[in-house]
Design a protein around this ligand. Structure first.
Ligand code: MOS
Length: 774
């Protein structure tokens, strides 16, 4: 008998089943359109009660008194929690240690003191037997405040700027220095300095933050939660409650979007859990749309100043980036804009600094390509500036500064197909017909402009596990604790499982969204597709290894006494590598062995590529990237045409082309949809999205979908989206980089650059509303 491990990695490249990559319809589509898909606020549990938050009207001060008598007398009211009676927690995020232990984005838990730090801060949670009764009772809670004048943003004269690096909480991007950028800039023959403004953006997923909490016993909790990560929520809750993690179960079967705001655990979740404990019944709480603007973070208001030094022939010599943004009274979050500015082009020197100011606002958090989206706005507009200043084509200037290796660390790219993205995008768009002069193309009363920009997003270091159970009758159950934001995880993972197991997709039942399943990372940072698909693929390989061992020991098998290493598996058939007529399918083998099923476990790791076999690079769930020998990023290019009405300043995007290269694409249809969605978000940030904070009261004045504008169908043209086929052997076992966020990177710059080409006006403040264009 031979005991060598089968060499699946050399022989069974992912995709041998022929299902991966196909434009499969969504496997959850039917459940969704028929209302059978249950979201977190749709579980009808016995004895269910309804929680409603009462929030603070003021942004800064103290609760002097809170009178719940009238509210408590209303019919159906079961309990009212305030800072005076909230059951005590084992740990809260209110101090640095607690915050770290919990992993919360927000270093302050409302209802733990009389302090008011931001408008919209919860001050009471009313529980009643119906939702309407809870809503009504919440209006009857009387709160008296001692009000102080709030600090509204970093622009507030009273706001004190500080360097987050000096705070050292590990959350801020800090300083980056490569060479002497100041000297290089001073010596540069071409110098550009520009300041870019970015408005506050909110995530606005269709499904709001929602929690349904049920205590199964005094020390055992189940939470149906609208989260991008059941494991992270489980950790946050168990730490705050002082319970072993296994006594807290978090379930998220369906999500109506997240965009980063569901990437962490927020106050309403633990408050709902505490309310359920207090009333001894399940409690459901769903944030209202206005509460979504103060309940789950946002993209911070920010200024970036970018200094760009170059030679006369357009080669970059220096990049100096400074970012100033608003943070909350307790956190030091700043999205890491400098990351992409440092990475995108070959430039010998780089320096970046961050400054923050504390204001009376809710904490900001990951929002749709945090860092890369606004950072790309600065660098990609400045590159456009440089191109026009030197009379070089904007695409040409990017090729002139093409980074053949990662400028930040000198490492080779695991793969980079950006040149192909540029070329294909330019071809699809007709870029060669561009008028080199800005403000020269008219179509009746309109000005027409073309712009382009580069996109990139890192492959973050992460790992996850999956379990595959293959049955002798030819079906399989595949499980992992991942979440599907609505982007297609159910569908693509069903394909990966079918592909790796050699069975039809409808023979696969794929389950996710439960802490009782094998652990998967947060669906954030575009990691889910790569990590989860790789874990499923690896779990399938585990199954094949076990079955191969079985076959070579089974005297009735055609593979009896073969070397395990000589056995390959294709479409569920085990066979000799050298003579594929010798072999059998797994069902025959399992039936003979009287096995009903067989189970495999797999770990999907960053840096464990399928061509490096089992020599998995060190991977942990932290965010330390580029641990291995390669720098791993996806790349792409956007091309945009706008039509500007110079009389009223309105901008319409009339043509759009995006071409991306992101390793293996798991499903041509869902991938295209995801790129379209992300690009539309980028167009929203470019032209519409903006949350206004009242300059005196620090309250949001447009906290509704009626007044926070995002593009609708009529605002968006047909979009052309393509992918460059890219084979990356280093990233993970499936060679998947992920496309969740790259779709949005560079988009606002492409739009702004097109507006410049149309009008000759460089607008560096987002969103580019008609008042700025006129
Ligand atoms: Mo994303 S902003 O990492 O959920």
């Amino acid at each position: 008998m031979d005991t060598t491990e089968p060499a699946f990695f050399e022989t069974n490249g992912p995709g041998t089943g022929g299902v991966v990559g196909l434009p499969l319809d969504r496997v959850d589509g039917f459940a969704k359109v028929t209302g059978q898909a249950k979201y977190s606020a749709e579980y009808k549990l016995p004895g269910l009660t309804y929680g409603v938050l009462r929030t603070s009207e003021i942004a800064r001060g103290k609760i002097q008194s809170i009178d719940t008598t009238a509210a408590a007398k209303e019919p159906g009211v079961i309990a009212i929690l305030t800072h005076l009676n909230l059951p005590k927690l084992a740990k809260t995020p209110n101090d640095a240690e607690g915050k770290k232990a919990i992993g919360a984005p927000m270093g302050f838990l409302p209802l733990t003191s009389d302090q008011i730090h931001y408008a919209g801060q919860p001050v009471a949670l009313v529980v009643a037997d119906t939702y309407d009764r809870a809503v009504h009772a919440a209006t009857l809670v009387r709160v008296q405040y001692a009000t102080e004048k709030p600090i509204v943003s970093f622009l507030d004269p009273k706001a004190q700027l500080f360097d987050p690096l000096k705070v050292q909480d590990g959350k801020t991007p800090g300083h980056t220095k490569r060479g002497n950028a100041q000297e290089a800039f001073a010596a540069a023959p071409v110098q550009l300095t520009a300041t870019y403004e970015h408005a506050i953006n909110h995530h606005n997923p269709m499904e709001p933050g929602a929690t349904t909490a049920v205590w199964e016993a005094a020390d055992r909790l189940t939470v149906y939660e609208s989260t991008q990560g059941v494991t992270r929520t489980q950790k946050a809750l168990s730490t705050m409650l002082g319970l072993p993690t296994e006594q807290v179960r978090v379930i998220t079967k369906y999500l109506g979007g997240g965009f980063g705001c569901k990437g962490s655990s927020w106050p309403h979740t633990i408050l709902t859990v505490q309310a359920a404990k207090a009333v001894g019944r399940p409690v459901r709480l769903s944030l209202t749309r206005p509460q979504m603007f103060t309940g789950m973070g946002h993209r911070e208001d920010q200024h970036q100043t970018l200094k760009l030094g170059a030679t006369k022939d357009g080669k970059l010599t220096a990049l100096i980036h400074e970012k100033t943004s608003t943070t909350s009274p307790w956190d030091n979050y700043a999205e890491p804009n400098s990351r992409i500015i440092n990475l995108l082009y070959a430039c010998p020197t780089f320096e970046s600094t961050y400054q923050l100011a504390r204001a009376n606002v809710m904490t900001s958090t990951f929002t749709r390509a945090p860092g890369e989206a606004p950072g790309s706005f600065a660098i990609e507009c400045s590159m456009d500036d440089l191109a026009y200043q030197l009379g070089i084509d904007p695409l040409q200037i990017r090729l002139l500064n093409y980074a053949d290796k990662d400028p930040t660390n000198g490492k080779p790219w695991s793969s980079k197909s950006l040149k192909q993205c540029y070329a294909r995008g330019a071809e699809l768009f007709g870029w060669s017909k561009r008028n080199p002069k800005a403000g020269m193309t008219r179509q009746g009363r309109y000005l027409i402009g073309w712009g382009m920009a580069t996109a990139s997003y890192p492959v973050h270091n992460n790992q996850g596990t999956a379990r595959v159970r293959l049955y002798a009758d030819g079906h399989a159950v595949v499980q992992t604790g991942a979440t599907d934001l609505g982007t297609g995880t159910y569908t693509v993972m069903t394909q990966v499982a079918a592909d790796s197991l050699g069975i039809a997709p409808d023979k696969v039942r794929f389950e996710l969204g439960d802490t009782q399943l094998p652990t998967a990372p947060n669906s954030g940072g575009s990691v889910a597709a790569g990590t989860v698909s790789s874990s499923i693929y690896m779990a399938a390989q585990d199954v094949w290894q076990k079955l191969t061992k079985l076959a070579v020991q089974d005297s009735k098998s055609p593979l009896y006494r073969a070397k395990a290493a000589d056995v390959v598996v294709e479409k569920g058939r085990l066979m000799l590598k050298t003579d594929k007529t010798k072999g059998e399918d797994f069902m025959a083998l399992m039936k003979r062995a009287e096995m009903a099923d067989i189970e495999g476990m797999g770990n999907g790791k960053y840096g464990a590529g399928y061509e490096t076999g089992r020599a998995a690079g060190p991977a942990d769930s932290g965010h330390q990237d580029d641990k291995g020998g390669h720098s791993m990023h996806s790349f792409g290019a956007h091309f945009c045409e706008v039509r500007v009405d110079p009389e009223v300043g309105t901008v319409r995007v009339t043509r759009w082309v995006s071409v991306h290269a992101a390793g293996r694409i798991l499903n041509a249809k869902t991938a295209r949809s995801q790129i379209i969605g992300g690009s539309i978000f980028g167009i929203g940030a470019a032209l519409m999205e903006e949350t206004f904070r009242d300059p005196n009261l620090a309250r949001y004045t447009n906290a509704s979908l009626g007044e926070y504008h995002i593009p609708v169908n009529a605002d968006i043209p047909d979009m052309t989206v393509e992918f460059i086929e890219e084979h990356d052997p280093y990233i993970n076992a499936m060679g998947v980089k992920g496309i969740g966020e790259i779709s949005m990177v560079g988009v606002s710059a492409a739009v702004a650059n097109a507006i410049f080409h149309a009008t000759g006006k460089r607008i560096r403040s987002l969103p580019i509303t008609p008042d700025k264009v006129m």
